[in-house]
Design a protein around this ligand. Structure first.
Ligand code: HEM
Length: 525
């Protein structure tokens, strides 16, 4: 992997950064929070957090030992807080006193653009989000069911061709999820997107990990240094003649060209008196043409959402489904019960609309897949001023003090440990580490504070910047699982196993370390 962005900028900042870290350390208000020993000043606990052979090898043990709020060391002795306490997470996600951590923010700006929904400031964010939301309400998403069904049937045809042999399910699911977003947002099929765009978008889903994801010891240090460099250095570095920078420039150019082309075609169609309200971009443009007030998005603002829209829902959904299907392949008994539920629901619907929300096993399976394999397993936020974080239970500091709130200084990095939260035994029970869909069927699933938009999970995070497409993702997964598990029996591929690995998002990886999951699908009806 090409890490030249970070290496190229490292030398310029290293001395001042070390000075900042040392100053931060002296001021740190969190030094007395217990946490694991740091094996090295240079890397702190970062190699253990980011580079274990299976995601969570150290992190989940730390949580068992230190609870849902502990201190770890970043590079150069920096204090970081690992937080899986639901009360603290809920507070941080909803507080104006926290914003994206510097590495996350730089990656968003570089990859999606400063005018994208994730890149804009709070005020613009509210307005852009409200406008885009028309495409992501419960009612809008129900209208997409035929699009999801068509994509699921294409998947069925591909699986049939494999005739029960081992295949990598991941890229197939990824193409299917891209096709649905493209169809409902822009009215474009994958053929209209074109091979170059599709190839690039696959790559773009992985680019965030190429920019900021701590994939090697060198990149971990480079990320720590890059986090201290001003945004303009990152924006300037993108023009470097390296493979990663070139791929980012191409991805942005293609997204921009696509957005502009779609809007041009829709404007022309509107001028001819045709109805353009057939997809999200058409609706947004129609509103703008009818009423150019500040509440509608300008054409440039619509175009600026293209990169994030095409990337945000592709691999997140495809990887969750991949992990889920692998777990299903490990559990033939649950798989049979789920298939029986699917068959009886489809029979009852008799070719009419299927009530996906009334399928207990299907929804338990989706919730458990989201719980165990959250796409954004860890993500950083930074305090923009001095602030006090509340806790569920009191914490005893290394000096023996019992505290119910943690004061943190402006600039403190906090790591939202979403995967840890979703395995917290105090919340999910002693079997929290097991993939067990039945937990969603046997009475109350969790204890304590309600969080997140769906099933008390934080896979979609929460607060004002909660995933815009969460209803879309759930509906799409419901339709895909019904189609695939209804028609195929899934078994594990012999000689290969799938492991979760962190690369900005949680990726399924095969024995050779590459992204993907080998699985066998045999037609059953
Ligand atoms: C299982 C599937 C998905 C997961 C786990 C997921 C997860 C997330 C997470 C964690 C965020 C917050 C990122 C952050 O603040 O750091 C997010 C934001 C976002 N997601 Fe999703 N997502 C999924 C599917 C989708 C889909 C299908 C779409 C669109 C069709 C989508 C569109 C977005 C957008 C536009 C944002 C930015 C929202 C904002 O900043 O206001 N996501 N997603």
């Amino acid at each position: 992997m090409d890490h030249t962005i970070q290496y190229g900028t490292a030398a310029a900042g290293v001395i001042s950064i070390l000075a900042v870290y040392l100053a931060l350390r002296r001021r740190s208000t969190v030094r007395n929070i217990p946490g694991p020993v740091s094996p090295s000043w240079l890397f702190g606990n970062m190699l253990q957090l980011y580079l274990p052979s299976t995601y969570g090898d150290y992190e989940f043990d730390w949580q068992r030992i230190y609870g849902p709020f502990y201190r770890i060391k970043g590079c150069f002795g920096q204090d970081k807080l690992m937080i899986s306490d639901p009360v603290s997470l809920q507070y941080i996600l909803n507080s104006p006193h926290f914003k994206f951590g510097p590495t996350v923010e730089n990656a968003i700006h570089v990859l999606y653009g400063t005018d994208s929904i994730m890149g804009v400031n709070e005020e613009d964010h509210k307005r852009i989000r409200a406008a885009l939301n028309v495409g992501y309400t419960a009612a809008a998403v129900r209208d997409y069911i035929p699009v999801f069904e068509k994509a699921a049937q294409t998947l069925t045809e591909q699986l049939e061709e494999s005739s029960g042999k081992s295949i990598n399910i991941c890229p197939r699911l990824s193409l299917a999820t891209l096709s649905t977003i493209s169809e409902v947002v822009m009215g474009y099929s994958t053929t209209e997107l074109g091979e170059e765009f599709i190839k690039n978008n696959f790559q773009a889903c992985n680019l965030r990990s190429a920019i900021a994801s701590s994939q090697s010891a060198g990149q971990i240090v480079a990320d720590a240094i890059g986090a201290r460099l001003p945004g303009w250095v990152w924006r300037a570095a993108i023009h470097l003649p390296t493979a990663t920078c070139k791929a980012i420039r191409t991805a942005k150019r293609l997204a921009n060209e696509l957005g502009n082309q779609v809007l041009r075609e829709k404007r022309e169609a509107a001028e001819q008196g045709l109805d353009i309200n057939t997809d999200l971009y058409g609706q947004l443009l129609d509103l703008h043409l009818l009423d150019k007030t500040k509440n509608t998005l300008t054409e440039a603002e619509i175009v600026a959402q293209t990169a994030i829209t095409m990337i945000a829902g592709q691999d997140t959904t495809a990887n969750t489904l991949t992990f889920g299907l692998v777990e299903l392949a490990k559990s033939p008994e649950f798989q049979d019960r789920l298939r029986a539920e699917i068959h009886s629901t489809l029979r009852a619907s008799d070719g009419g609309s299927v009530s996906y929300d009334n399928m207990p096993l299907l929804n338990a399976f989706i919730k458990e897949s989201l719980r165990m394999f959250p796409a954004e397993a860890v993500t950083d936020r930074v305090a923009v001023e001095d602030v006090v974080i509340p806790l569920t239970d009191n914490l005893i500091t290394t000096t023996g003090e019992r505290i119910s709130h943690i004061p943190v200084s402006k600039g403190q990095i906090v790591t939202l440990a979403i995967a840890s939260y979703q395995r917290l035994e105090s919340r999910w029970g002693e079997d929290a580490q097991e993939f067990k869909p039945s937990r969603w069927l046997d009475g109350p699933t969790f204890k304590g504070e309600a969080v997140g938009p769906y099933a008390n999970l934080l896979s979609f995070l929460g607060g004002p910047r909660v995933c815009l497409g969460w209803r879309f993702a759930i509906m799409e997964m419901q339709v895909f699982v019904c189609e695939l598990v209804g028609k195929f029996a899934f078994t594990l591929s012999e000689g290969d196993s799938t492991r979760p690995r962190l690369a900005s998002s949680l990726l399924p990886t095969m024995s050779d370390g590459q992204k993907g999951a080998l699985i066998c699908a045999k037609r059953v009806m």
